[in-house]
Ligand binder design. Structure first.
Ligand code: DGL
Length: 294
């Protein structure tokens, strides 16, 4: 059980120009940060990548929860006005614990719920989900989609989840367009039985890991045009905008170009190189965060 950090009840209320706190096990969550920056250029972000403890996808749910709570407490203590859990593995295992450890006026947005809402609103019936072992092992997408469909009075759809643990390391290596990527994706999707012409052919595929949007083209090539790829980062960015709008916390648009801060718990040259690929433009990574010793 998470130890709750005590935020003083007399804490001043958060200003709308406070940063959005966003975290992932590493740099994969930069795909979500990129979508937020595209959708809301005036918003400042404080990004934390827990590169010292990645991959979360192969850790136990208890450990992912412990890390996620420490990071969320750190971001809240830094004055963030919202927390975005830009990691499916953390969203699948630690959402409630994170919600419990931050002040009640700080909304927590994970990367699973907005996608599930999108799928049920669109009435998608046969969905495949790929992700890390932690995400797929939790069964979060199937369970949440069933709940959302029932709440909307819809019939249960078919959700199949398949762990694809080789993909995040390949993408981290910059191999998303490498010739090796296609046979690996094909191997996984064939094993899942989702390819065109098979009985379990799916209508839509959720890329349930924040690394995977970088390999979108390879997925499309293997699945063909009939399978709709779900664009998680932009759906999550809309959910963040909605949460801030509902609280009157959107940053003023005349505030100039937003300056973001990107922290990692362990800084290597390789992360610096890959970060640019994930964010789509240059990122200045600095060591920092809850485990950082000054
Ligand atoms: N980005 C993480 C996710 O969305 C996967 C990487 C990891 O295993 O740490 O689940």
């Amino acid at each position: 059980m998470a130890v709750r950090m005590c935020f003083p009840s007399s804490r001043p209320s958060l200003a709308s120009d406070a940063p959005i706190g966003i975290f992932d096990s590493g740099i994969g969550g930069l795909t979500v940060a990129h979508a937020i920056a595209q959708a809301m250029p005036a918003e400042r972000m404080l990004y934390f990548g827990d590169t010292a403890h990645m991959p979360y996808g192969d850790r136990s749910p208890e450990l992912v929860r412990t890390y996620s709570v420490r990071i969320a407490e750190f971001l809240a203590a830094e004055g963030c006005k919202a927390i975005v859990m830009a990691c499916n593995s953390a969203s699948a295992t630690a959402k409630a614990a994170v919600q419990d450890c931050v002040p009640a006026d700080v909304p927590v947005i994970d990367v699973v719920a907005p996608v599930v809402q999108h799928l049920s609103r669109e009435g998608v019936k046969r969905v495949g989900v790929v992700g890390t072992r932690a995400t797929i092992g939790s069964g979060i997408y199937g369970r949440s989609l069933k709940e959302a469909q029932r709440a909307m009075g819809l019939m249960d759809g078919l959700v199949e989840e398949w762990a694809t643990p080789l993909l995040a390391p390949l993408i981290e290596e910059g191999w998303q367009s490498h010739g090796l990527m296609l046979p690996v994706i094909q191997g996984y999707l064939e094993a899942a039985g989702w390819c065109a012409g098979t009985q379990r052919h799916i209508e839509a595929l959720v890329l349930g890991c924040t690394h995977y949007p970088l390999a979108q083209q390879a997925f499309s090539q293997v699945l063909g045009p009939e399978v709709h790829l779900i664009d998680g980062p932009s759906i999550v960015a809309s959910a963040v905008a909605d949460a801030l709008h509902a609280r009157g916390m959107l940053a003023p648009v005349d505030g100039g170009v937003a300056q973001h801060q990107f922290m990692v718990s362990d800084l290597t040259e390789n992360f610096v190189r890959s970060a640019q690929r994930f964010f789509g433009k240059e990122v200045h990574l600095v060591p920092g965060g809850p485990w950082f010793q000054h």
